[in-house]
Each structure stands twice: as structure tokens, then as C-alpha cells.
Write a protein that binds this ligand. Sequence first.
Ligand SMILES: CC(C)(COP(=O)(O)OP(=O)(O)OC[C@H]1O[C@@H](n2cnc3c(N)ncnc32)[C@H](O)[C@@H]1OP(=O)(O)O)[C@@H](O)C(=O)NCCC(=O)NCCS
Length: 156
Amino acid sequence: MTGKPVKESQSEMTELVLPNDTNPLGALLGGRLMHMVDIAAALAGHRHSRSYLVTAAVDHLDFLHPARMGQFVVLKSSVNRVWNTSMEIGVKAFAEDILTGRRLHICSAYLTFVALDEQGNRRAIPPLIPESDDDKRRFDEAGERRKHRLELRKRA
Ligand SMILES: CC(C)(COP(=O)(O)OP(=O)(O)OC[C@H]1O[C@@H](n2cnc3c(N)ncnc32)[C@H](O)[C@@H]1OP(=O)(O)O)[C@@H](O)C(=O)NCCC(=O)NCCS
């Protein structure tokens, strides 16, 4: 299977925070942000694998700052590493003020997706080619996280 560079599937998604997405103080609901993170990760995952995907695990989800009603949420996603039928995708989310354009990093997460065929059987994912220094750093770090994740899975 031919490998694909990280940049080929890197994705960006933007959503406007509407009243229905917020708590009574006008801050974006955590669950709504988690949904956005899942979709943003899937964008990069589908583009890399060109297959159906299921979310196998979500880890390291930090909510650093709130996003407010009327702001944009910008989510950047990138495939960090591919194993056989699974891959890790990193998502970084920002709140963007629509008047000033100022962006604040609000959340980061790592998700593991498994690729499936039309019958729901697992299928191999094309290898990932890390090119930049950042790609290579994320690739190495993803290996460490996988060890920890599979260890936790054994204990579940
Ligand atoms: C995820 C799922 C397909 C794994 O199936 P399984 O029969 O346990 O398969 P395996 O143990 O052989 O794992 C398949 C791959 O997923 C990886 N994996 C499975 N669970 C994992 C976890 N919790 N964390 C990290 N990787 C995981 C395995 O390491 C393996 O990777 P590899 O092929 O790249 O080496 C299955 O558990 C499932 O369907 N879960 C429900 C998914 C779902 O409904 N998600 C929400 C809606 S999309």
C-alpha cells in the first residue's frame, strides 16, 4: 500500500457557537465541543484512509478555556501515526473572536480510529509519511501514547 504524507489529510473545520450550544453563562457546552472534536478528527482520518471509520478511543482531552456564544470554533486535525487497522489523530481547537480575529487555544485531544470496509470488517490503513519536524515529533509521541492506551485497555 502506498504511503501518504501527513499534509495530504490535514484538515480544518470552523463552527459558529450558537445559543443552543451553550450553558446559561454563554459558554460552549463540553459535550458539544467533544462532538466537534470527533468530527474534525474524522475529516483527517477519512482523507488519509479513504474508508469508513469508527472511534475506538478518545484520550487526553483538556478543556483549557471556554469558547463563548458568537465566537468561531476552529478545529485543526492531523493524522499522527498509523499502525495496521488503527490510527491516532490529534485535534487542536481554538476560539476565534469574530471582531478581532484573536484566537485562543481551548482544547486538545487525541483520538484512535479503526478503519472498516463495507461489511464492517477491519481493514488496513495506508502508511503515514511524516515529513516535517512536527510530523516526526507527533509520530514518536503517538507511539508512547499507544502503549499507555493499550495497557489501559487490558485493564478495562
Ligand atoms: C474499535 C473496535 C473496532 C476494535 O475491535 P476489536 O475487535 O477489539 O479489534 P482489535 O482488538 O483487533 O483492534 C483493532 C485495532 O484497533 C486498535 N484498538 C482497539 N481498541 C483500542 C483502544 N481502546 N485504544 C487504542 N487502540 C485500540 C487495536 O490496537 C488494533 O490496532 P491495529 O490493527 O492498528 O494494530 C471495536 O471495539 C468496536 O467496534 N468498538 C465500537 C466503536 C464505536 O461504536 N465507536 C463509536 C461510534 S463511531
